[in-house]
Ligand binder design. Structure first.
Ligand code: G4F
Length: 268
């Protein structure tokens, strides 16, 4: 199926007759969304609408999960963000997710469909694509350690994120659809670290100093940056009994170790 094709999504849902739908698909690269605003907005907004509309047409008993994003908060004015924090997106990607959030909410209210949005903060793992900064760093560190690369170019290393492990966050998504009622939940660790902190820990893990290898490339800076994001997940902790299990330090180590293994095995 394709998010750009209503009929293909309708047919798949009609055939599979799912009990639950986890709608994670999107153009999810924030930086690329500035380069091609039109594709990002078309795919992310219409794609979400097509899935929701198919659910409405085919069977209201399907439970629907929408992957919202902390990018919806954008330029924040409060230290912590929860379900009541106003949205202030800074990228076409963030705007598309805010629209998806409201579509999801409207289908819940207007058509009485079980639809929940997880407002997930950055979630990482060794499976992360190297377009994203955490994997770019862990892979770069492994290649530098093995002598395959000399420098690592990064953009804004002062921006701060609330980074958790994807494994913990997928558990939260599943818990949302096991509830009796639908709703919106902020999912994050409640701790924030800068890109610099991530690089520092990753290089230190292999006995190196990031300052000797990281160079700043201004072309990697975004036209509008989200400087800081920090979750208040009290609602999820209380209602879903959800708790993140992986610490920042263990996340960094797991990613670096996985890339060391990859580089050793494949040699690139
Ligand atoms: O890893 P990033 O590209 O992730 P970003 O933009 O926070 O978005 C991710 O998390 C969102 C949840 O909040 C998701 F919705 C979204 O789909 C995606 O998964 O960038 C993180 C930070 C940014 O501030 C960026 O400017 O790292 C900074 N950064 C610095 N140097 C870099 C780089 N980002 C990338 N991708 N590449 C760099 O070289």
């Amino acid at each position: 199926g394709s998010l750009e094709n209503y009929a293909s999504l309708f047919k798949i849902i009609q055939k599979a007759k799912p009990d639950e739908i986890y709608h994670l698909a999107a153009q999810s690269y924030v930086a690329s969304s500035f380069d091609d605003e039109f594709s990002t907005l078309n795919i992310n907004i219409n794609g979400t609408h097509y899935v929701l509309s198919s659910v409405k047409e085919l069977g209201k008993k399907i439970k629907f999960y929408f992957a919202g994003s902390s990018e919806m908060f954008g330029k924040v004015s409060t230290k912590y963000q929860n379900e009541k924090t106003p949205f202030n997106p800074r990228s076409p990607y963030g705007i598309s997710k805010v629209t998806g959030y409201y579509l999801t909410k409207n289908y819940r209210e207007a058509f009485k469909i079980f639809t929940s949005t997880g407002i997930l903060f950055n979630h990482e793992s060794p499976r992360r694509g190297s377009e994203f900064v955490t994997r770019k760093i862990s892979y770069g560190v492994a290649r530098i350690k093995k002598g395959l690369q000399k420098k690592l170019s990064l953009g804004n290393i002062n921006s701060k994120r609330d980074w958790g492990h994807a494994r913990d966050y997928v558990n939260a998504m599943w818990l949302m659809l096991q509830q009796d009622t639908s709703g919106d939940y902020v999912i994050g660790t409640g701790k924030e670290y800068s890109v610099r902190d991530f690089a520092d820990k990753a290089f230190k893990h292999v006995g190196l100093n990031y300052e000797d290898y990281v160079t700043i490339d201004k072309t990697l800076m975004r036209p509008a940056e989200v400087d800081t994001l920090l979750a208040n997940s009290s609602k999820a902790k209380k209602q879903l009994k959800w708790q993140p299990k992986t610490t920042f330090e263990n996340l960094v180590i797991e990613m670096v170790e996985s890339d060391l293994e990859f580089v050793t095995k494949f040699g690139y």
